[in-house]
Design a protein around this ligand. Structure first.
Ligand SMILES: Cc1cc2nc3c(=O)[nH]c(=O)nc-3n(C[C@H](O)[C@H](O)[C@H](O)COP(=O)(O)OP(=O)(O)OC[C@H]3O[C@@H](n4cnc5c(N)ncnc54)[C@H](O)[C@@H]3O)c2cc1C
Length: 467
């Protein structure tokens, strides 16, 4: 029961409020049965569990607007949610909120093959957008292992990075237009496919990465890219992260285009092979494994063989596959799931970025700090790495140690001049550490923007800004 509604509206039951929502979206789309709502109030990792007055599933922008206006009036908090694949607890409601699920906003409206754009509802999945693009020989530029569930609204709200960020940029750089419902129910639309358009503040850019705290995104207009004609994937075992970075440097200097670059460790590969039954990529063991997807104007295979032959000083062993190279990509994409199955406690997932020149020393300091202070905790590292991104996954962490361990890792990140959030956002998981990467005036400015757009603070309270 929603005590906040009872207090604020002086009513004995939230019933009249729920009736208002039922009138807007239809009774079948206001879910209150805990057995049904649990999938919306707990997260993928099992680390975050909340509760909601109801899960509301609007099917149009007009319905989102009416639901939001009703919540504004009744002072009921709203947590917008797409695929619920977020990893920082941002899509999990706090008690007394509604979950506003965007999954029914799932229409691909248009693909423009000449302008290379896609217009779609916020609830369309990344895989769905990619499928629609592929019909026209194009590709959606954001690629995540969670793509069959993660939505366009979710990737914009978190400014997701993903495997092809190095090639296409982050989600913000691929967003052209946006439609979003503001806290009071007004619909903001900035919708233009123009590449050049410098009129006023960059509102789509502002809403990107706002994690449901400034508006509910309902539709997006995004760029599409052209898939490379001749891409190849290779996996190289090397001794250190520095060696992997030197290999990357040689690949780029050779004239190959790097479509994706991923880092794994021997421990991570072992875990994936144990939990998925996948075969090891080769018999020899190397501490670090670097996966590259590369393309050239012609004969990529010959160019890859040439660069691998010229890099025997760096590489212990290597294997190459033509696309889609599922066997090699699955070794990387199965990490999150396999790590989740292996850990005896919910995995503490800390997605950070470090300047490239400091990555090796960061990992060394992290490993020695864990060995000294938390010997029972296992760390599995992986990530997109040539953009400085490392996903630090901590397994078997006792509940009482989560905050101190997180604090220790983030302090190390700050010491190495890195960022406490590379691509997953701040959510509820990191809101106490924002000061490590932002000055007091910067945080104050963000607070003022929040207040200007959400004066009643009904949009995702507790996310980004601590309570
Ligand atoms: C296996 C796996 C692999 C992943 N790989 C990557 C990766 O490579 N790169 C990466 O960046 N992330 C990755 N993620 C994290 C996650 O998939 C992304 O953060 C994704 O963008 C979340 O999309 P979603 O639709 O699931 O959003 P949700 O989890 O539903 O929500 C995430 C946040 O966005 C807000 N939000 C959602 N929809 C809207 C909307 N319409 N309007 C306003 N706010 C909204 C929510 O309130 C919440 O704060 C991965 C997750 C998993 C489980």
């Amino acid at each position: 029961m929603n005590s906040r509604i009872l207090r604020l509206r002086g009513e004995r039951e939230p019933g009249p409020f729920l009736d208002t929502l039922r009138d807007i979206v239809g009774p079948a789309h206001v879910l209150t049965d805990p057995a049904t709502t649990r999938g919306y109030t707990t997260d993928w990792t099992g680390r975050w569990a909340g509760s909601a007055v109801a899960v509301v599933r609007p099917a149009s922008t007009a319905e989102v607007s009416d639901v939001t206006a009703a919540c504004f009036k009744a002072l009921v908090p709203i947590t917008a949610q797409g695929g619920n694949t977020g990893l920082v607890g941002g899509g999990i409601p706090e008690s007394g909120s509604i979950v506003l699920s965007t999954r029914r906003l799932d229409r691909v409206e248009a693909v423009d093959p000449i302008g290379r754009t896609i217009a779609a509802g916020a609830g369309v999945t990344v895989a769905g957008a990619d499928q629609a693009a592929s019909v026209h020989g194009l590709r959606f530029g954001v690629d995540l292992a969670s793509k069959t569930s993660a939505t366009l609204g979710g990737i914009v709200a978190t400014n997701a990075g993903g495997a092809r960020m190095i090639r296409n940029g982050d989600t913000r750089s691929q967003l052209l237009g946006i439609e979003a419902v503001l806290a009071d129910g007004f619909v903001l639309s900035r919708w233009t496919s123009l590449c050049k358009d410098n009129v006023g503040y960059d509102l789509p850019g502002l809403l990107t990465g706002s994690e449901g705290t400034l508006a509910v995104i309902t539709r997006v207009l995004m760029k599409l890219s052209t898939p490379p004609a001749d891409a190849h994937v290779f996996l190289a075992g090397v001794a250190t992260i520095d060696a992997a970075l030197r290999l990357y440097d040689r690949v780029v200097r050779s004239g190959l285009t790097v479509e994706a670059a991923e880092l794994m460790t021997e421990d991570g590969i072992d875990l994936v092979c144990t939990h998925t039954g996948a075969k090891r990529p080769f018999d020899t063991h190397s501490p670090v494994l670097a996966l590259f997807e590369v393309s050239a104007h012609r004969d990529t295979e010959a160019a890859v063989v040439e660069i691998l032959s010229a890099s025997e000083d760096l590489i212990d062993n290597a294997v190459m596959d033509p696309p889609p190279a599922r066997r090699l990509w699955q070794l990387r994409e199965s990490h999150t799931e396999s790590i989740g199955r292996e850990s005896s406690t919910p995995v503490v997932k800390l997605d950070v970025s470090i300047p490239l020149g400091s990555m090796t020393s960061f990992v060394r300091d992290l490993e020695s700090s864990l060995a000294q202070h938390h010997p029972a905790v296992r760390a599995i590292l992986f990530g997109h790495f040539v953009d400085g991104n490392i996903h630090v996954n901590l397994l078997d962490v006792a509940k009482d140690d989560v905050d101190s361990l997180t604090d220790g890792v983030f302090s190390l990140v700050a010491d190495h001049e890195g960022s406490i959030s590379a691509e997953h956002g701040i959510g509820r998981a990191k809101n106490s550490w924002v000061h490590l990467g932002r000055t007091p005036i910067d945080v104050h400015t963000m607070n003022r923007i929040k207040f200007a757009l959400d004066p009643r603070r009904i949009l995702n309270p507790g996310v980004l800004f601590p309570r």
